[in-house]
Ligand binder design. Structure first.
Ligand SMILES: *Cc1c(COP(=O)(O)O)cnc(C)c1O
Length: 389
């Protein structure tokens, strides 16, 4: 999720290299260039219309995103965090309720739970998919557990079917953090299809990104959707009739305009990512101690990130930077070890798989518009690193 910051760091590194092919960690220009003229025309109309809040494009995007996800309803909100947080609040979470989360995730999963006044209960992740381990989740259920919030990390779904079985048996509801999984499926199931709701982020670097912050929730529970509609706008569904304590968490019209245009390209962009991932899989196999991302049978990931593991993360990143190739770390510190969540009382060593992946992971460039020469450059440089190591 820190793609943009990485790009800035990289452009400095790139300025110093002499290699002919440089590869930024991430680049949005290819995606945006063909859309620029039509977007500018729509922005101009928006300025003339004044409909910056709740303009018609918001409902149009909500319909389109619900249809894309195969969900009955979509509610646009201001960020992925808002989608997750408001889903828990709308579902009636009470202070002190426990929410089982994976120990290896972006910090927003924890933020959503804590800001909804729940208690995040991390469980270790699985080597099969780096996502929440369903057996570990089952073992962590206590009398205070009310929700599970799995994360579909790097664009690959967790074992949703397995988790839904465990949750149903224990009377828990599942809210999926699908902030990295736009268009992904597993065993034919998409985010939000079998659970209470799924939250998406449209942060610019996500597979479907706005030009600023934006998010959405999809659900088949119409009451839940109505509650989130009130929560996102000062607790009101009709103007100045405040039903509940609310927030300012709307999806801006200008972002809905961008998202509508970009949604038409999402499948093509995801397919480009799939093609790059399969080239990496074929051409990076068997190098030194390099582990490529696991993909369980039945899983169809959308490769938000391409994360490899090695004992030489820092050295490999430095070597690639020297060749003009950007990389990222997702995520070097699991949330339970971060300063913000020290008060939860977890210590190093409690979630060994999560901590090992966090230590060893390095994200290689993958983005729509990445050229075959750029893929070659990454493959050759990674090969050179391990052959000379
Ligand atoms: C991006 C992301 C979020 C939060 O999204 P924002 O739009 O930045 O609030 C939550 N969870 C995961 C796993 C993410 O990658």
């Amino acid at each position: 999720m820190d793609g943009l910051r990485d790009v800035h760091l990289l452009s400095e590194a790139m300025a110093q290299t002499v290699s002919s092919v440089t590869v930024p960690f991430f680049d949005l220009r290819h995606s945006h260039e063909p859309l620029k003229d039509s977007l500018l025309a729509e922005f101009e109309q928006l300025i003339d219309s004044n409909a910056f809040i709740n303009g018609p494009q918001v409902a149009a995007f909500e319909q389109a995103w619900a249809a894309y996800c195969g969900a009955d309803r979509c509610v646009g909100v201001a960020s992925g965090l808002d989608a997750l947080r408001l889903a828990l609040i709308a579902a009636g979470i009470e202070p002190g309720d426990e929410v089982i989360v994976p120990a290896y995730t972006f910090v927003a999963t924890f933020e959503a739970v804590v800001q909804a006044r729940g208690i995040p209960v991390p469980v270790d992740v699985s080597w099969q998919d780096y996502n929440l381990d369903v057996d570990a989740a089952a073992a962590a259920i206590s009398p205070r557990t009310r929700f599970v919030m799995p994360v579909h990390l790097f664009g690959q779904l967790c074992d949703v079917n397995g988790l839904v079985g465990v949750a149903a048996a224990a009377g828990l509801r599942v809210v999926e953090d699908a902030c990295q999984a736009h268009g992904a499926s597993r065993d034919g199931v998409r985010p939000g299809e079998k659970t209470l709701a799924a939250g998406f982020s449209f942060y610019p670097a996500k597979n479907l990104g706005a030009m600023g912050d934006a998010g959405a929730l999809v659900t088949n529970d119409l009451q839940l959707a109505d509650r989130v509609v009130a929560l996102r706008e000062h607790g009101q569904r009709a103007k100045y009739r405040h039903e509940v304590e609310g927030y300012t968490a709307r999806l801006d019209t200008i972002q809905a305009i961008v998202l509508l245009r970009k949604l038409a390209r999402l499948n093509d962009w995801n397919n480009e990512r799939r093609r790059i991932a399969s080239e990496y899989k074929e051409r990076l196999a068997g190098l030194g101690d390099l582990s490529l991302p696991p993909v369980p049978e039945g899983s169809d990931p959308v490769w938000h990130l391409y994360v490899v593991r090695t004992g030489s993360t820092t050295k490999l990143a430095e070597f690639l930077a020297g060749r003009g190739i950007g990389t990222g770390r997702h995520y070097p510190q699991p949330p339970h070890l971060s300063e913000a969540y020290r008060h939860l009382g977890y210590r190093e060593g409690e979630f060994p798989v999560a901590e090992a992946i966090a230590r060893e992971s390095l994200s290689l460039p993958i983005f729509p518009g990445m050229t075959p020469q750029q893929v070659d450059a990454v493959v050759e440089a990674v090969g050179d690193f391990f052959e000379n190591a």
